[in-house]
Design a protein around this ligand. Structure first.
Ligand code: PLP
Length: 388
């Protein structure tokens, strides 16, 4: 046998292991420290009541012969696909049920979708970015090129007409920068993709954080997108499903063969999301569920505002935070990302994530998240004010 040689080309990710190492070292030398972690990429609030009620009910159904369920449809039960369909309608997007595919989260589908594309395709990825886009393509041996996101373009790069790409990743609201594309900017990407017969892979995992009605939650809110874009979304950050696992991917029929190919791929390699999880996901879209998850999202958003307001007071340049749980700041005094990490750890006992870990353009920047508690977020910001 021959192993896949492309795995040799993956860059080792030292980001989170180095952070853990530095933090553990600090704690062992400063046992009485009051360390605050604002680098968390996971949610911290529990599932809402509508969701846990639905879970309990579904578990009981599974324990009774008459209501027990075995294998379900690989692409998801209709009750959940209909709930997703209704949710899109709220944003004026009409989808057919067979364009909606339920998954165990966005990460798997972002990787799995690549089964549909030839390995000789060129992939355009923003830098800095969620590392999964790059690594999944490197594993398949595809050529990856980058769209530079930086201070000048507000971390929202637009296409360079002189560059040809076949697959284009867009993440809005963005991880790690929190920057959000507006309709006009997305239209430019759509026109560019159509001109070069490319497909956009649109990651909407943080759409629920958007609170400005003028900003698009879905790329399909923009004319022409159905003919050139696949959209990925997840209940992980929307409803605290990071450990429960449920998401959805939209493959419009306007994309031609790709819709049927994805169905074929899923029915061949995937056996569906557990019934009880799909019932829990359905509850997220109920009136009660929407009300309850909004309370949690607003809690994180208030944390983000506290961070953003403090950075404003300290005259620290930043983006994100308004329509995203992430705040992306320029390290004060021209410090490099890791230099700032050490400075913050040693002088304020606050932990964040060095921007350099997300790509070369992340150097000199730093990511804070709003997933901590209110108390910790406020205390961390008091320390920022003292320091800067
Ligand atoms: N997309 C982005 C941009 C993310 O930041 C994450 C998780 O951090 C995911 C996708 C993965 O989401 P899921 O938990 O649904 O796999």
């Amino acid at each position: 046998m021959n192993i896949n040689p492309n795995y040799e080309n993956l860059e080792q990710s030292y980001l989170f292991s180095t952070i853990a190492h530095k933090v553990n070292d600090f704690i062992s030398k400063n046992p009485d420290n009051k360390l605050i972690r604002l680098g968390i990429g996971d949610v911290t609030l529990p599932l809402c009541k509508a969701v846990t009620d639905a879970l309990h009910k579904a578990v009981d159904e599974m324990g009774v012969k008459e209501t027990f369920r075995g294998y379900g449809p690989e692409q998801g039960y209709d009750f959940l696909r209909e709930a997703v369909q209704k949710y899109y309608k709220k944003h004026n997007v009409e989808l057919d049920l067979d364009e909606i595919f339920i998954s165990d989260g966005a990460k798997s589908d972002l990787g799995n979708i690549l089964d549909l594309f030839n390995t000789n395709n060129t992939v355009l990825v923003p830098d800095p970015v969620y590392p999964v886009y790059v690594d999944t393509n490197v594993m398949a041996g595809r050529k990856v090129i980058y769209a530079d996101a930086n201070g000048e373009n507000g971390f929202l790069p637009l296409p360079d007409e002189s560059i040809k790409a076949d697959l284009i990743y867009i993440c809005s609201p963005n991880n790690p920068t929190g920057a959000v594309y507006n309709r006009e900017q997305l239209k430019i990407w759509i026109d560019y993709a159509k001109k070069s017969d490319a497909v956009i892979l649109f990651d909407a995992a943080y759409e629920c954080f958007i609170s400005d009605e003028n900003l698009p939650h879905s790329i399909y809110e923009i004319e022409g997108a159905k003919a050139c874009a696949i959209e990925f979304c997840s209940l992980s950050k929307t409803a605290g499903f990071t450990g429960t696992r449920c998401g959805y991917t939209i493959v419009p029929k306007a994309l031609g063969k790709l819709n049927k190919m994805w169905l074929r791929r899923q029915t061949t390699k995937f056996n569906g999301v557990p019934y009880i999880v799909q019932r829990a996901a359905e509850a997220v879209f109920s009136e009660e569920g929407q009300k309850e998850i909004k309370e949690n999202i607003n809690y994180y958003k208030e944390n983000a505002k506290i961070i953003s307001d403090t950075l404003d007071k300290c005259n620290i340049w930043h983006v994100g935070g308004k329509h995203s749980p992430y705040i992306w700041l320029k390290c004060p005094n021209n410090m490099k990302s890791w230099e700032f990490f050490d400075y913050l750890l040693n002088n304020a006992q606050v932990v964040g994530t060095p921007g350099a870990g997300f790509g070369k353009n992340g150097e000199g920047y730093f990511r804070l998240t709003s997933f901590g508690s209110r108390e910790n977020t406020s205390e961390a910001m008091k320390r920022f004010e003292k320091l800067f």
